[in-house]
Write a protein that binds this ligand. Structure first.
Ligand code: PEP
Ligand code: MN
Length: 335
């Protein structure tokens, strides 16, 4: 719509869209309103006719298979707010914590260290997707209770993975942000369930997914009513075997151009090795990511999950110092 389109003109366009059995998605930015037409748009009158309506600036056909998460649809960045932290507002959000909650003590020691070093969101999982059915699967609800206690103790929101649509309500009753892991990116039942959970969600890229597939997965969540989505580039499976996965750094600026959703990097699960975490984290902030998520463990050698990629608290603190300096050079606040 024209920047100065009246409310009547906007309402009129919405009414006309609805008269074609389509629904209208109105997104009001600070400078302009964009009205999306959702449904079988073949039934809708010619674009040229819409262009002549009062208040309409231009008519764009979004050709991509994802619409709601596209920047054409919503030109302004989506900002996800949790407690005192905002993700996607131009700052860089450091998220850190243990891969899995193992004991209350382990969680608390790690949480204290990462918050002290500057992390503004705590990570820690109570449900772990393990390749081996014999491996540690997480503490379940007990783990979520410890995380909720740590949130109060250290005044920090937390994020936790949900594996099963039947657990969405449970995890959402504790966590500030839910995560869909790489293995579940294409679990459409889970995505739809999360769409109505009322909590922000991190959507990891499937390790074999193209950007198109990843964005369509986000579209499932958005379409189901949850607009607070954080995309996580966590590495993809390539021909290279020297690292666990290849962090697709190109995906960061590409996604920022194509979509309005915030995007963060996971240098831990992509590289899979401690010594790769800091370089990949720095590449992330330089490429324009809205944050990172890093595994930290006080005793990586005894970790029940992913010890090889966990940073020690002092290594995380050192990295945070470097990220602060990079942020200052790039004019990106690290909070
Ligand atoms: C994780 O973040 O703990 C995790 C399991 O990551 P991914 O789904 O990317 O493997
Ligand atoms: Mn892990």
């Amino acid at each position: 719509m024209d920047p100065d389109a009246s409310k009547e003109a906007i309402d009129d366009v919405v009414r006309r869209i609805e008269s074609f059995d389509c629904s209208a998605h109105v997104s009001s930015g600070s400078s302009q309103t964009v009205i999306g037409v959702i449904g079988d748009t073949r039934t809708v009158a010619q674009a040229a006719a819409w262009g002549r309506l009062e208040g309409v600036e231009k008519v764009i056909r979004v050709m991509e298979p994802y619409k709601l998460v596209s920047r054409q649809f919503k030109p302004e960045n989506t900002v996800v707010e949790v407690r005192n932290t905002a993700i996607g507002d131009g700052s860089f959000t450091p998220i850190a914590g243990p891969c899995a909650v193992e004991t209350r003590d382990q969680l608390f020691r790690t949480a204290e260290a990462v918050v002290k070093a500057g992390a503004t969101v705590l990570r820690g999982d109570a449900f772990k997707p393990r390749t081996s059915p014999y491996a540690f699967q997480g503490l379940g609800e007990e783990g979520l209770q410890y995380l909720a206690e740590a949130r109060e103790e250290f005044d920090v929101p937390f994020i936790a993975e949900v594996l099963d649509p039947r657990d969405v309500e449970l995890v959402a009753s504790y966590a500030d942000i839910l995560r869909v892991g790489t293995r579940n990116m294409a679990n459409y039942t889970l995505l739809q369930e999360i769409g109505s959970c009322g909590k922000p969600v991190q959507l990891k890229r499937g390790f074999t997914a193209t950007l198109d597939e990843w964005l369509q997965a986000a579209e499932y969540i958005y379409k189901s009513g949850n607009t607070e989505i954080i995309m996580v580039e966590r590495g993809i499976r390539t021909f290279e075997t020297a690292s666990r996965n290849t962090l697709d750094i190109t995906a960061v600026p590409l996604l920022k151009q194509i979509s309005h959703l915030p995007v963060i990097v996971d240098p831990s699960h992509s590289g899979g090795k401690r010594e790769l975490v800091a370089p990949l984290a720095k590449a992330g902030i330089a490429a324009g990511a809205d944050g990172f998520m890093i595994d930290v463990h006080t005793e990586p050698e005894t970790a029940k999950v992913d010890g090889a990629q966990a940073l020690l608290p002092e290594e995380f603190e050192e990295l945070m110092g470097q990220i602060q300096r990079l942020g200052a050079a790039l004019d990106v606040p690290v909070v």
